[in-house]
Design a protein around this ligand. Structure first.
Ligand code: GLY
Ligand code: MN
Ligand code: MN
Length: 443
């Protein structure tokens, strides 16, 4: 962490404390203990799963790879960081952290997980993280009290300056990976090889990715969460398209970026270009006090326009297409979600810090964000347009089948689909497209 980021981190910890002070006092707790999490082992095996830190822990400290650590916070007191450093010659143990951010904590080293016990606070304590029965004897703990979690989740939608810089840097890492992946696609490499090119350029191993890379050639792009990395290359004559949804991490903050490419300058490329214009339009619609549901509905309108313009639908204009919900066959997911410590960040439906929620609009069950957006919030804008067999079969069996040009749909089937996904920060005057800026930086 350089000096400039360390300064922003100091302010971030102050905001973190204020959020905890409010959440704890409103729920009548004296303290919070935030557990990083424990390692978990595969069934009948001594191999652990990759460690994934509790997001509430990494909100306090940029420590993402060390289990059995705790933050102990009592309002008004300096927080403690209980830092796990066992004697272990089988594994590499965490080094003693010495970077400037450590000064925000009283650092206490733990040689065993249970060495944490004497450092636990007195009084009513909100325990945040994975609960284990042995903790019950460590203090007056309430595991994951809803009132505290709701309050913290609600606040988490507004990113601190420190978090915004981390998210920009996660976008730059991701953009580097995406550039290399595009080149690998242009070179005719396999999904597996493109994945490796991405990892190298993003400076990640798989476990450091915020989510599994989606690297889809041809019709695999129609599988929304396609996690295969097929080894063989396609023959040039049978290679048509490439959809890559891949992010990167920086100090535990995630980017979430999708691009789609055509192998040739063909009609699919024209559809990608039209989607790109549409996606930019959605981003331009982001501003303080805009209802995110309206952006989602605007995306459906955009897909309907393209269904009409590219003649997939006949005898209906865009309004008719939306009215008959035909756009949902081609855009069957939400237009985006909050982003931050988790790729699908928490709190997307919250009306207030008490946990009241804002309903999704009828017919849009997969939307993950229904809040009115405000400066400091970060989310994705990711419209899609796919040719998905099961959804097309439903459409074909419906009353709407008569409006569809099935020959044209068949002609596009081999491309799978399109998604274009950027990470957007709401500013006082509009928005910052972190992803497009990152691509401009790294090229
Ligand atoms: N990468 C998962 C998503 O876009 O939501
Ligand atoms: Mn994505
Ligand atoms: Mn996303």
């Amino acid at each position: 962490m350089d000096d400039a980021l360390a300064t922003l981190y100091t302010a971030h910890v102050t905001i973190q404390k204020l959020r905890y002070d409010r959440a704890l006092s409103e729920a009548h707790f004296d303290n919070a203990v935030v557990f990083a999490g424990a390692l978990h082992y595969q069934f009948v095996d001594d191999m652990s799963y990759p460690f994934k830190v509790n997001p509430q822990f990494k909100a306090w400290a940029p420590v993402t790879d060390n289990p059995n650590c705790f933050i102990v916070y009592t309002p008004g007191l300096k927080p403690k960081l209980l830092y796990y450093q066992p004697v272990d010659y089988w594994h590499k143990v965490a080094g003693t952290p010495t970077e400037p951010w450590v000064a925000k904590f009283d650092l206490i080293m733990l040689a065993t997980p249970d060495d944490a016990k004497p450092h636990m606070p007195k009084g009513r304590t909100a325990f945040l993280g994975e609960w284990d029965e042995r903790f019950a004897a460590w203090g007056d703990f309430t595991p994951n009290p809803e009132a505290v979690i709701n309050s913290l989740d609600f606040d988490r939608a507004w990113k601190t300056e420190y978090e915004i810089v981390c998210l920009r840097l996660a976008n730059e890492r991701g953009a580097r990976g995406h550039r290399a992946a595009e080149q690998a696609f242009r070179d005719g490499l396999s999904e597996y090889e493109i994945h490796l090119a991405y990892l190298r350029a993003a400076d990640h191993v798989d476990e450091e990715l915020p989510y599994g890379n989606i690297i889809a050639l041809n019709e695999s792009a129609a599988t929304l969460h396609y996690y295969h990395h097929t080894r063989p290359r396609f023959d040039e004559s049978k290679l048509y398209s490439f959809l890559i949804d891949a992010g990167a991490s920086y100090n535990g903050y995630a980017s979430d970026i999708t691009r789609t490419y055509s192998r040739r300058k063909d009609e699919f490329q024209s559809l990608i270009d039209a989607m790109d214009v549409m996606q930019r339009g959605l981003v331009d619609a982001v501003a303080p006090d805009v209802n995110y549901i309206d952006i989602h509905l605007l995306a459906h309108r955009g897909v309907a326009d393209l269904l009409h313009e590219f003649r997939f639908v006949r005898d209906l204009d865009a309004d008719g297409i939306v009215e008959r919900r035909i756009s949902s066959t081609f855009l069957p997911h939400g237009v985006g979600h909050l982003l931050g410590l988790q790729v699908h960040d928490v709190g997307g439906f919250m009306a207030n810090r008490s946990g009241k929620t804002i309903a999704k609009p009828d017919g849009h069950p997969w939307l993950r964000l229904t809040r009115v957006v405000e400066p400091g919030m970060v989310f994705t804008i990711e419209p899609g347009f796919y040719f998905i067999d099961s959804l097309l079969a439903e459409l074909k069996a419906s009353d709407n089948a008569k409006y569809i040009d099935w020959d044209r749909i068949d002609a596009f089937h081999k491309y799978g689909g399109i998604r274009i996904e950027d990470n957007v920060l709401v500013t006082d005057t509009g928005r910052e497209n972190m992803t497009r800026n990152a691509f401009a930086h790294v090229s």
